[in-house]
Design a binder for this molecule. Sequence first.
Ligand SMILES: Cc1ncc(COP(=O)(O)O)c(C=O)c1O
Length: 412
Amino acid sequence: MRPENPAQLHSPKQPPFADCPDRHHTGAEKWDRYADRRSADGREIIPFWVADMDFRSPECVLEAIRRRTDHAVFGYTHDTPGFACSLTDHLHRQHGWAIDPAWVIGVPGIVSGLAVTARLLTAPGDGIASFTPVYPPFLFLPRLADRRSVQLPLVADMQAGRWSIDWDDLEQTLAGDPTITLFWLCQPHNPTGTVFSHDDLLRLADAAERHNLTIISDEIWCDLVLDEDSPHIPFASLDHPAARRAITFVAASKTWNIAGLGCAAAIVPNERLRKNWRAAGGGLVPMVNPLGYAASEAAWREGDPWRLDLIDLLRTHRRLALDTVAELPGISCIAPQSTYLLWLDCHTWAAAQPPGRADPQRACEAAGIGPSDGREFGSPGCLRLNLGCPTSRLEEGLRRLRQAFSPPPVQP
Ligand SMILES: Cc1ncc(COP(=O)(O)O)c(C=O)c1O
């Protein structure tokens, strides 16, 4: 349905984030998970898990989709010229990174793109390293491709209020296992929201050079940095030989809320790898759909005012959530520098619970809030909370979070 006055949706006086369509019965993965379950007192469990937002996409994206559907022919479609060019302009404007549009390959999702890199650049049995906790496919995809996931835990520096890399662990792990030939870097990092610094990235590039490692940088969250003093730096933009070999993934999907349209980009500077790309994904990775191309192009070209409004809102949501978490005994959190995700460490809370009542995920669900379980990220005892929803819903979720963790707890 067209809004009465599309321009109003962008007006700061009428922000587009308050009034969200009902997603029940639309096949929304996020909402369907709890369709048949209730909280301990019989309420609907509000989903705060999978990383999509409940907001309408911006009008420029909707209009581009309408234009494409008006064309009315949806045959097999390869990368449109506008897709690579709009991404190239966006990366240059937003992140100061100059790429050649010829490096861009449209992919129907970053997860399948990561799987392609495993097949393209490693042999069965090889190790693929990542910083953990991490977005679950980083942990399970290697196994599906007959490779091994090698976990390098990030260190929570509560004093400094940030996550840091354990460089000794990294060095020892890489030195001790020459079959680790690929590093899947998630930056900004999901679930912690860490934006790695220039020094971190350079040090990682040096390690990659010493240990003959290819860096695959998943930068899907790069346009949702909340901290002004921590700009996102594309790994491949570094002036470093390891950066020139790197493959980068980006997408408009997280920022402009179009994940269901199945469209992302691999940026592959190496011509030989680009040639081999399709063969490595052959029979497994389908083509991108034409609506995904149209929506992504519009988002990169015209979506910045909406993105900036969204960032303002997410900063407010981060503040609200952190204030709540600060009141919860035994729950700790390092403020995310980016994303709409909050990573909660519930170990201290769990240690104080009676046996059988120490599962934070179950405690939350009993109180009517459904976060992501840290187990899936390699960190049992932690939770990830998705703040990408209307403020009123977040406030209700935070009330329920208090109920889950404040004494006396709601019993699962
Ligand atoms: C770091 C990261 N990479 C990839 C994805 C998913 O990408 P896609 O839907 O393009 O496969 C997500 C989704 O949350 C993510 O957080």
